[in-house]
Design a protein. Structure first.
Lengths: 263, 305
């Protein structure tokens, strides 16, 4: 069941420059969202910006509310991150297909790029006991490591941080750290979310290591409901299908299903 | 109940109210069933159906523009047989008009789809898409000159007694010329406008953003342009008109009705607010009730006075 709700912002906290944590009261969505799913947000009247903004759910920290990590990048996210406690926001969700939850006894490597940590945080929040996990986190610079490192769910795991400029953790990309780790121990699966270039690199590493990998893809999004067919990615499919819908077939896909050559 | 008569006639069809949802923005109906009872609508217009499945255009397929949306989906659809097998069973359960949007690369493509669906219970009419701006072989050749439009509509008229609605492109010198030709060949009604051709260019690369390079513009940005085309056609044609182009609320819908539309269709707004069409159904009733209008049909074309 999907819902379209006029919800209320319970709290909007600045975690670091441009990176906000919003807690939104929407009991129906909180009760049914699973890790990897997303919501469509609209917090303004009028026609500009026109479309709602798709944001991955970062968790259900308390009954009846969802947690969202929103990075301010354009007009839509500027308006969303400008909300105050008590403000109204339209929320449509939960939408899409999420991650396969790791089973007890499995080892899982999370590979997160910047705010792409959000849906992986939700996996970790729901993860059952007996799963061994390492959270590989990459960002441009130290400032973007504040939010995930301060988070109680992520900081409760083994975390490996990389930054492009070396201001926090190892200097380099998250895929550098992941490559080293794969040499030592292969996990049962890799779950990844981040920029397209990073996902492609993670998919290549996983394929090389023979490890199952799921990636959460991004696209310009129209309806988010599978109605407009606007948000496709190129896929490899034996049946000759060329495109899959990010909103309903994804956003989480097996990495070997994506046609990375097309990007 | 307010006692307002919202029923309208579109060609041979009577709709319970004048609110439709535009092809390509409402899937096959089911996608919105979680949000409201879609039987409250006057009808739904399906995503375009072609005889064979079509994968659609390469991404990106959409770009947001000021108060607008550029799209180049490329008529992605599951094809006629999968439509009958997978989509029709649900559509048959609906208690609202189901209008199937039909597209093709040749006259035969349109004939194949209309012939196959003409006898299907649960299909109440056809919207003939001769105006898709995003596909070379998507029927636009039938929509830019009067003769091919008339020839196509004449062929389809022989296939069905159901309502034939011709969807007009605004990307021609005079949509009324196309409409006149289609009317002479047996069209029952017109829907306008399809999207306006447009494009967006990436600042970093200097190249078109859309995978298809060009697309069609919809949303509030086109509303005054669409309204003018509806007004103009309604002055010239006696056939039913479905007005569309940037309708986001009740006030927009009433503008189109006053301009001469018998019914209106909600498109891009469905992507923004899944319940937009229902809000307009309720809004029209409240609007009429508040003004003592007993029959919404009495408002049609008031702008002509």
């Amino acid at each position: 069941m999907k819902y379209f709700l006029k919800a209320k912002v319970r709290e909007n906290t600045v975690l670091s420059e441009g990176w906000h944590a919003l807690r939104i009261e929407c009991p129906e969505i909180a009760a049914s969202a699973s890790p990897g799913q997303f919501v469509q947000l609209r917090a303004w009247e009028g026609a500009s910006p026109l479309l709602a903004r798709p944001i991955g759910v970062a968790g259900v920290p308390a009954a009846g509310e969802i947690l969202l990590w929103v990075q301010r990048v354009g007009d839509g996210t500027r308006l969303i991150t400008g909300l105050k406690a008590g403000d109204a926001i339209s929320v449509t969700g939960p939408l899409g297909r999420g991650f396969t939850m790791p089973a007890a006894g499995e080892t899982v490597y999370f590979a997160a790029g910047c705010v792409g940590a959000a849906p992986l945080r939700f996996v970790a929040e729901r993860q059952q006991a007996g799963v061994k996990s390492i959270f590989f986190y990459g960002a441009g610079t130290q400032c973007d490591t504040v939010a995930p490192l301060a988070d109680p769910v992520i900081s409760g795991m083994e975390v490996v941080v990389t930054t492009d400029d070396g201001t926090c953790g190892e200097k380099g990309f998250v895929t550098d750290a992941l490559r080293s780790a794969l040499k030592n121990k292969k996990p049962d699966r890799i779950l990844a979310c981040g920029p397209m270039g990073m996902l492609r690199a993670v998919a290549a590493l996983a394929a090389e290591a023979g490890v199952k990998c799921e990636v959460s893809m991004e696209s310009h999004m129209g309806c988010g409901l599978g109605a407009c067919n606007g948000c496709v990615v190129s896929v490899k499919d034996g049946t000759g299908k060329k495109y899959a819908h990010v909103c309903t077939d994804g956003p989480v896909f097996d990495s070997d299903y994506i046609d990375w050559e097309a990007f | 109940m307010s006692g307002v008569d919202l029923t309208v006639k579109i060609g041979r069809l009577t709709l319970k109210n004048p609110v439709l949802v535009s092809s390509g923005t409402f899937g096959y109906g089911r996608e919105f069933a979680d949000f409201f009872d879609i039987n409250r609508l006057g009808g739904i217009i399906t995503k375009a159906i072609t005889p064979q499945p079509r994968p659609g255009n390469p991404p990106p397929r959409t770009v947001e523009t000021p108060a607008g949306l550029l799209n180049a989906i490329g008529l992605e659809n599951c094809g006629l047989e999968a439509f009958v097998r997978e989509k029709m069973p649900y559509l048959k359960t609906l208690d609202t008009a189901v209008i199937v949007n039909v597209a093709g690369a040749s006259e035969q493509d349109y004939v194949d789809v209309v012939r196959r669906l003409a006898e299907e219970d649960g299909v109440d009419g056809f919207e003939i898409n001769i105006s898709c701006p995003n596909v070379k072989e998507g029927g636009i050749e039938f929509g830019t000159r009067p003769e091919p439009a008339a020839a196509l509509v004449g062929k389809l008229r022989r296939e069905t007694d159901k309502t034939l609605i011709v969807k007009l492109s605004p990307n021609v010198t005079d949509p009324c010329e196309i409409a006149e030709a289609a009317e002479g060949a047996g069209a029952d009604a017109f829907s306008l406008v399809n999207t306006f051709r447009g494009m967006a260019i990436n600042q970093e690369t200097g190249r078109p953003v859309l995978g298809n390079r060009i697309g069609g513009l919809s949303g509030p940005a086109i509303k005054p342009l669409a309204l003018y085309q509806v007004y103009r056609l309604s002055l010239k044609s006696t056939k039913s008109i479905i007005g569309m182009g940037g309708i986001f609320n009740t006030a927009d819908a009433m503008e189109f009705i006053y301009a001469g539309a018998d019914a209106i269709s909600v498109g891009t707004a469905n992507l923004v607010r899944p319940t937009a069409s229902l809000e307009i159904v309720e809004g029209l009733e409240a609007y009429c009730a508040a003004r003592g209008v007993g029959r919404i049909g009495d408002c049609v074309g008031r702008a002509h006075e």
